[in-house]
Design a protein around this ligand. Structure first.
Ligand code: GLU
Length: 407
């Protein structure tokens, strides 16, 4: 998927095959074995990865994912997307990604800490504040980042805050980082609502995935008086035609671990959720959740991709033909890495910004990037995904050409 989307944008830029090959290949791929003593005394050997796709414009940047479905191919694709994502919003980072194939929902906190520290020491030779800077991703969080920072710092003999972003605020994390992916999604929805003359107030919203990004974007839209009529998570889907009470739903999820059985809501199937008539459909779960089987039923006006790669290329063609306006992942969810950049800047300058400064800088980056992608979409007559790809690849290729080939 990542390479199909790449080729389409590369065609528009008329890139030569050798240049394509050079910018598409990951620079460095590391597979590590991560033995962990489990609480029952036995050792389990997990497999972990860290991929640095491209560092032409700056250190590799991207999250670490703990999930049973993690594979090396997935991590490579996600690292590639990070390169384009950082280039779309024009922050001085390249793309990287890491992952460990494990099921964190079935592990204790102590097991997760041992896993994180051992994985960190295994990838230690290739990470660092000027080389490769991890961050949270699916099923990792600020606590995970604190363990990574501590493990790295212990080996250096001093505190190195800039080695990871998405840290707890007490350890040099940035205010606004936890909400940043969702806030960036919201900022792009503001842009599209202006562009399509679709009011957010009173609009109908469907959110697939109620994790960090999905729940907070639902909360922000609810605050802007949109009606979030349906949401889902890995355990169930719920619907309320009058709009769900998001603050209460967040507490319900916190308490029970799922959105399922939220009082006053109606259970629906994942197929029914996607087929709901709405203004904004926000896929905020894993990649490939919308494919050739379910894309036909979509009745949304706009799809805002809070997740990475939620639409397969087949699904993309289907929604395109229906005239759905797609805000592509590398633009839509770039708020997270943008505030990661702000966090790293604050760490390296030993200073702290307040949340208003972070949010207004983020809004400027998101609005500016959306405008740039929209301009390419209109000028080149390509869809928004290809337009975002054209912008990103052009920036990476320009940097590559200016640097020239070593040796
Ligand atoms: N995991 C997030 C993403 O996919 C954030 C990465 C980062 O902040 O480095 O964009």
């Amino acid at each position: 998927m990542a390479s199909q989307n790449f080729q389409r944008a590369a065609d528009i830029l008329e890139l030569k095959p050798d240049v394509r090959a050079m910018v598409l290949a990951p620079e460095r791929v590391l597979t590590v074995s991560v033995p962990v003593k489990m609480d029952n005394g036995l050792i389990t050997c997990f497999e972990g990865y860290r991929v640095q796709h491209n560092t032409t414009r700056g250190p590799a940047k991207g999250g670490i994912r703990f999930h049973p479905g993690v594979t090396l191919d997935e991590v490579k694709a996600l690292a590639t997307w990070m390169t384009w994502k950082c280039a779309v919003v024009d922050i001085p980072f390249g793309g990287g990604k890491g992952g460990v194939t494990c099921n964190p929902k079935k592990m204790s906190v102590a097991e997760l800490e041992r896993l994180t520290r051992r994985y960190t020491s295994a990838i230690l030779p290739i990470i660092g504040p000027d080389r490769d800077i991890p961050a949270p991703d699916v099923y990792t969080n600020a606590q995970t980042m604190a363990w990574i920072m501590d493990t790295y710092s212990m080996t250096q003999g001093h505190l190195v805050q800039g080695v990871v972003t998405g840290k707890p605020i007490a350890l040099g994390g940035s205010p606004g980082r936890n909400e940043a992916t969702a806030r960036g999604v919201f900022n792009t929805i503001e842009c599209v609502s202006q562009h399509l003359k679709l009011k957010i107030k009173g609009s109908k919203v469907v959110v697939q995935g109620f994790g960090n990004a999905g729940s907070i974007v639902a909360h922000l839209l609810d605050g802007a008086q949109a009606d979030v009529i349906a949401v889902s998570d890995s355990q169930g889907c719920i619907y309320d035609k009058n709009g769900l009470h998001i603050a209460k739903l967040m507490m319900h999820k916190e308490r029970t671990g799922s959105v399922k059985d939220f009082p006053g809501s109606e259970p629906i199937s994942p197929e029914e959720l996607l087929a709901l008539e709405c203004d904004f459909l926000i896929p905020a779960a894993l990649e490939n959740s919308i494919d050739s089987h379910n894309a036909h039923s979509i009745r949304a006006k706009v799809i805002a991709e809070a997740a990475n790669g939620p639409l397969t290329p087949e699904a993309d063609a289907i929604v395109d033909a229906k005239g759905v306006f797609v805000i592509p992942d590398i633009l839509c969810n770039a708020g997270g890495v943008t505030v990661s950049y702000f966090e790293w800047v604050q760490n390296t300058q030993h200073m702290a910004w307040d949340v208003n400064e972070v949010n207004s800088r983020l809004e400027r980056v998101m609005h500016r990037s959306f405008a740039k992608v929209l301009e390419i979409h209109q000028e080149r007559k390509v869809n928004m995904r290809t337009a975002a790809g054209v912008l990103a690849i052009d920036r990476v290729v320009e940097a590559t050409m200016l640097r020239g080939l070593y040796p």
